[in-house]
Write a protein that binds this ligand. Sequence first.
Ligand SMILES: CC/C=C\CC(=O)SCCNC(=O)CCNC(=O)[C@H](O)C(C)(C)COP(=O)(O)OP(=O)(O)OC[C@H]1O[C@@H](n2cnc3c(N)ncnc32)[C@H](O)[C@@H]1OP(=O)(O)O
Length: 719
Amino acid sequence: MARYAQVQGSVALITLTNPPVNALSAAVRLGITEAVTRALRDPKVKSVVICGENGVFCGGADIREFAKPMTGPPLVPMISAIEEGDKPVVAAIEGVAFGGGLELALGCHYRIAHSKARVGLPEVTLGLLPAAGGTQRLPRLIGLAPALELITTGRHVTAQEALKLGIVDKVTDQSAQDLAIQFAQEVIGQPLLPRKLSTQLTPCPPDVDTILDEAMARVKQRARGAMAPVACVQAVRAAVNLPYQAGMQKEQELMAFLFRSSQARALQYCFFAQRAVGKWSLSSGAHSGNSKPRPVTKAAVIGLGTMGRGITVALVKAGLSVVAVETNKKQLEMGKQMVSAMLKHDAQKMNAVPRLDLLHYTTDLSELKNTDLIIEAVFEDMALKKEVFKKLSSVCKPDAVLCTNTSGLDVDELASVTKRPELVVGMHFFAPAHVMKLLEVVRGSRSSPEVMATAMHLGKRLGKVSVVVGNCSGFVGNRMLRPYLDQANFLLEEGATPELVDGALEEFGFPMGVFKVSDLSGLDVGWRIRKEAGLTGPNVDPKDPLRRRQGRRYSPLPDLVCEQGRLGQKSGRGWYLYDKPGGRVATPDPDIHKLLEDYRVRHGIRPRQIGSQEVLERCLFALINEGFRVLEDGMAMGPEGIDMIYVFGYGWPRHRGGPMFYAAMVGLPRVLERLEYYQQVHPDVPHLQPSSLLRRLVVNGSPPLDKWRDFLQRPHSQL
Ligand SMILES: CC/C=C\CC(=O)SCCNC(=O)CCNC(=O)[C@H](O)C(C)(C)COP(=O)(O)OP(=O)(O)OC[C@H]1O[C@@H](n2cnc3c(N)ncnc32)[C@H](O)[C@@H]1OP(=O)(O)O
């Protein structure tokens, strides 16, 4: 796990060999410990170089080992032995030096990086802190403020920035290993003490307490309940206030607390779940390993509304040439201006040139003859989308892939109007499409494995977390959102206010509560959908009472709010009041409180005190319950997919792992018991009826999440 060689006569070369990222597993730590001891003992060895195999220095501690009892030599003494030795040790960083990998490099006396390498301490993103001396050595090396920023965010740093910050000593376009070997010979005999970071003091500006206090305030505000960033600031404070050994002690104490936390488990679960969803499989036996994507060099986007513009920008930023289509010259010009502005804005931020040359604008569909893949992003209307698909089917080359960016319409119905249903797939982007990381890739019943591979591969090129989902109404994310929204509205009827509900959800960790999100998206969106579904407006069954639709409880409150012209942020009023149309700062609105009071009086509802716990249980458990139904119906590959959809698309706090992981943490019997309770109180809400999968899991002793698939009744998923 670590290869030892003697090169250039006097240099010991230690190579980490644990593909793919040379993670510091027990075997690697043992290998390094033995190799370093050998090098330090061998009188013929005058200096040492540590590098990684296959162009990667080290991706850090082996995260898979965190769930198991610790074996092998610990990292801290291993790194101390390197630093304390009397021979210069040079880290040759290629690829990445992350987490324990960078901490290992910080224990070396010199660091040389390849120009394409990246370094960082991303432990905070795993619910931990850099506990192999990272919180103590990095501030001593680069100073308090930059170290705080890197450690509390986990940000990756390019080799060039690392050089500027002083993390690395040299950057090369050639082999970092070769330069390190040469360098290791040059520094033989030079004093080592100034290079041993643990012997140094953290360089501190006079306003050190202010910097630390401000960092703590910033971190607490951003963390939304996540504990690791707060612990990171505490650990770095120790690097300023305490001698090295005492600082290390503090680092270990904080780490021990974080290591056992449910947040660390949730964040580590997310790390692996994010990678697992990329490895899709279909019930036919096709999977990511045996299905080849089609080459896509030229794409097209139909419709330059909000979604189409974002998708166009995402495609261009990924280096694809794009034909952007609108129905008339005026819309096209408007779309063009917006897309150009977005690309220029983005390029400016990155100090790059906007790739406007990759774009071609047209109103003529026949110009799509040579495109490999087309993404339809027109208005969410089945008739209109069908018309577009019919035309695409006749103008595009026969093997062009046709994608729809619908947020919930039937992909099979759309595919049925084309001559190539096997080449039709859903690509559900989330607004703003060039920013949001989530992509639901919707498999129609006839979508071929090749077309699935193409959509998933394209998602990866666009930097998205792409999740394969089945073709059901609302797919996975929006389907699960409905019961959540319903519960929020029912809570208002029963006595809550928008700010009470939102407060509970924000306290839980959502960046915005449900009513603030609705105001941001525009309340008319849901209103139109409800009208089309016959839930409000002229198509309502006249026999339905006002608070019942289609056999179940219905809250007309959102419709009443829209009828008053309160459409959310854009009209300056929605569930909240804003300072002006388009304003962002929400303040509670007495008019909404009055509307709710009048409504309750009109319907004879006696308002009651509602607490945060009830808000969370009713909103979140209803959503989770639908998640179990999604699994039962075979519309998702597994709970990991659902969780990644919620983390990346709906603001579910990552440190709570996603709804299905959260359910497992709360305990499935508890979720079941609360759903049963609320179902008894609200028998007219079918969404509260516990799903059969949840019941079955509880009966079978609540197995861990990765075993849930064994309890599905359908032998095959619908994917
Ligand atoms: C005392 C405690 C001291 C230190 C604590 C730590 O060091 S915690 C670990 C800190 N390191 C990280 O957080 C880095 C995590 N990894 C990454 O960011 C990326 O994997 C990386 C290294 C940039 C490579 O990215 P790439 O896109 O090239 O590959 P991918 O992410 O798909 O990873 C490939 C497979 O390697 C597995 N893997 C990656 N890092 C680790 C790791 N540190 N431990 C264990 N396994 C790791 C990853 O899961 C992939 O596995 P696969 O089975 O192929 O899905």
